[in-house]
Write a new protein. Structure first.
Ligand code: AOF
Ligand code: ZN
Length: 351
């Protein structure tokens, strides 16, 4: 029915209100309708808090709910997590019809929520605006489908494909790129840099969106060189968590505190990705430098390359961006001009 699309669009608008606050949970929106009238709306407001369905249902009386239709952007859950199962609440509320956009890719839920509703005699319709709902929770969906985080490499290069001048901090891109990168970081759950970048650039890796869950700053420091640099912003600025992956955790005993966490690794990127997967990190923004990019590239796990290019030639004193061994084809290419710089985004063809 046409109105199903209309009400689902509203549910998607509701879901978006939770952006930057649902963290490892999906953004979900709900709309309850009876006789073509909207009775209540709701959304998942914060990680750990009420689900969208409960948020909407709790605003209505039993009488209002009875025989109503619930529009929800994600399949209602059927398991006990931080919240009780929404499917049970929907059944208890005597909602007659449930329209769902996306089937939950989370293996604890997939299909089970829908089945529970059907078993209780509720009419269930799925797939209404499924693509839009999936796009809303792109990284969440990828994580549960592929059992690892989505990985974007980000690099800022000159026209001669160099990242900067050797051993000194070099800003080659303009202020619009600076703003865009700060905004873009907010979409990811972790930002990754290598120890060289940490020491040379001393970055704070801030993101521009206000959130209770700013991206975690992950530093790959196999040899444990950073223990001698407690002055780095990553250690002194408590705005975001810093996680160090090293083969020498013992060196960091003094730096370990409530926002700095030390992880032991075997030194491979695969191990870092595995450990991040285990703690539920769904998306990585790998900022470099070139060695880290190269190491990620070699795993074959990179899903997207984001390149910012500035109109400058760094010449022979510049150091090279990473270079793949073979020809690489991109899909879904996006090109955007930011004043006199370019942003080029390409997904790898395996995605
Ligand atoms: C949400 N918000 O509106 C819906 C979700 O730990 P819990 O209880 O919050 O459960 C999280 C899971 O519940 C989540 O991964 C997803 O599978 C399902 N549905 N989650 O956070 C919602 N409807
Ligand atoms: Zn739920």
């Amino acid at each position: 029915m046409n109105q199903d699309y209309h009400f689902m669009d509203l549910a998607i608008q509701e879901a978006i209100k939770g952006r930057y606050q649902t963290w490892q949970n999906p953004m979900v929106g709900a709309v309850i309708v009876k006789n073509r009238q909207i009775l209540a709306t709701g959304y998942h407001q914060h990680f750990g808090d009420s689900h969208a369905e409960r948020d909407a249902i709790s605003k209505l009386t039993f009488e209002q709910l009875s025989n109503s239709t619930l529009y929800v952007t994600l399949e209602p859950c059927s398991h006990y997590g931080k919240q009780p199962p929404c499917a049970d609440l929907i059944i208890k509320s005597q909602i007659k019809r449930v329209v769902i956009a996306q089937v939950d890719p989370h293996s604890l839920v997939t299909g089970k929520g829908i089945q529970k509703l059907k078993d209780a005699g509720i009419e269930v319709v799925t797939g209404i605006r499924a693509n839009a709902a999936q796009a809303l929770n792109y990284f969440y969906t990828f994580f549960y489908q592929h059992h690892r985080p989505w990985i974007s490499l980000k690099q800022a290069i000159s026209l001669d494909h160099k990242l900067g001048l050797t051993n000194q901090r070099t800003a080659i891109t303009n202020s619009k790129v600076y703003e865009k990168v700060h905004q873009e970081r907010s979409d990811y759950q972790a930002i990754i840099i290598g120890s060289n970048t940490a020491m040379i650039d001393n970055p704070s890796l801030h993101s521009s969106q206000v959130s209770d869950y700013p991206p975690i700053r992950v530093v790959l420091d196999r040899r444990g060189r950073l223990f001698k640099r407690p002055d780095l912003k990553l250690f002194t600025d408590q705005s975001q968590a810093t996680w160090i992956f090293t083969q020498h955790p013992e060196l960091f005993s003094n730096l370990h505190n409530s926002w700095v966490k030390i992880f032991q690794t075997d030194g491979t990127i695969e191990d870092v990705v595995n450990q991040l997967t285990k703690v539920g990190i769904q998306s990585l923004y790998v900022e470099g430098g070139a060695k880290i990019h190269q190491a990620f590239w070699q795993t074959g796990l990179v899903d997207e390359l984001i390149t910012y290019q500035a109109p400058v030639l760094l010449g022979k004193d510049g150091y090279d961006a990473f270079t793949p061994d073979n020809t690489v084809l991109f899909t879904d290419l996006k090109l955007k001009q930011l004043a006199n710089n370019f942003r080029i985004e390409g997904k790898l063809s395996h995605v």
